[in-house]
Write a protein that binds this ligand. Structure first.
Ligand SMILES: [Zn+2]
Length: 321
């Protein structure tokens, strides 16, 4: 073997070892990337920071503090203990907004239907949209940081206040269609209770864990304030007329769903009796969310029936008089 051939062979060996190193580098890079993309996304109660600890009966499925809005948005694409809370309100919230844009096609039309009718029915849809989307936004971003979680939680409660207020004002419009004084009086009372609930939700003092049951009770009282106009209706119009005007069967059902939801939420049922079993599916907050949507649907049924009653019976009678 000549010296030249030896040098060539050495150079080939050198090249092949550099290719080997390059290959090893690539493999290492691949391993690192793979590890990053498949890093653990869910954590247990003991692994999350204290500020994220809210319900000790939920043991796992947590998205740990992300400090990144991108990470929070990414959490929409895998299952964790907030997934049901996010989607149970996001989907019906977007549907509510969609209904505002097609109200003329989905609300039954009468010769006497006016823009004001659409305004009051849309008021309910907008309230539902605001409540449900604020809630799902909160549940999506609550793993970001203490500051974002706290702000989002306030919006969550505010959303419920907005939904109850808009629900009540919309049905009061039809219930007291021929009595503007009663309409303004009870709408004012509704807004007053709504403001009180908003304060309880936004004020730092009432947001502490030990006030949970009281906060829930305040919301129940807000819901129960619906009985004031019903009582006035019973005295003023009698039971049969009141029952038909505001479609009481739907409103009573709505109230029952809200109360039952608040009861489960306040009592942390069912997870309290089977800790760790309802982490991903079926814990109290998720049931509460679903019941809020069911209650809103009951309200919509009552509202549409009440609107139908006004245009079928009341307006023709008023025109005859
Ligand atoms: Zn919620």
């Amino acid at each position: 073997m000549t010296t030249r051939t030896k040098m060539k062979k050495r150079s080939i060996n050198k090249n092949s070892s550099s290719i080997e190193i390059e290959d090893k580098d690539k493999t290492l890079k691949k391993v690192v990337t793979h590890t990053t993309s498949t890093k653990r996304k869910l954590y247990t109660w003991h692994e999350i920071p204290d500020w994220q600890k809210d319900n000790e009966y939920i043991h796992g499925g947590y998205v740990k503090e992300t400090n990144s809005f991108t990470e929070c948005i990414n959490s929409l694409f895998y299952i964790h203990n907030e997934t049901v809370n996010i989607y149970s309100h996001l989907i019906p919230g977007l549907i509510s907004l969609g209904l505002v844009t097609i109200d003329k096609y989905c609300v039954p039309k009468f010769n006497t239907t006016t823009m004001t009718d659409y305004l009051f029915i849309d008021l309910f849809f907008v309230g539902a949209f605001a409540c449900l989307t604020m809630s799902s936004t909160f549940h999506c971003l609550k793993s970001h940081s203490p500051g974002v979680a706290k702000f989002g939680n306030k919006l969550d409660y505010l959303g419920i206040v907005v939904l109850i207020s808009t629900s009540m004002v919309s049905i009061l419009y039809y219930g007291f269609y021929d009595n503007s004084f009663m309409f303004y009086l009870f709408s004012g009372i509704t807004l007053m209770f709504g403001t009180a609930c908003a304060i309880v939700s936004l004020d730092e003092k009432f947001r502490a864990r030990e006030w949970r049951a009281y906060r829930a009770a305040m919301f129940v009282m807000f819901g129960l304030s619906a009985f004031l106009p019903i009582g006035a209706g019973l005295i003023y119009y009698g039971s049969h007329e009141t029952w038909t005007r505001v479609q009481l069967k739907w409103i009573i059902l709505e109230g029952l769903f809200y109360i039952f939801g608040a009861f489960l939420y306040g009592g942390r049922l069912p997870e309290k009796y089977c800790p760790g079993h309802y982490d991903i599916w079926g814990h109290s907050h998720q049931i509460f969310h679903v019941l809020v949507v069911v209650a809103a649907l009951c309200h919509l049924m009552g509202l549409i029936e009440s609107y139908r009653y006004v245009h079928t019976y009341m307006i023709p009678l008023m025109m005859q008089a």
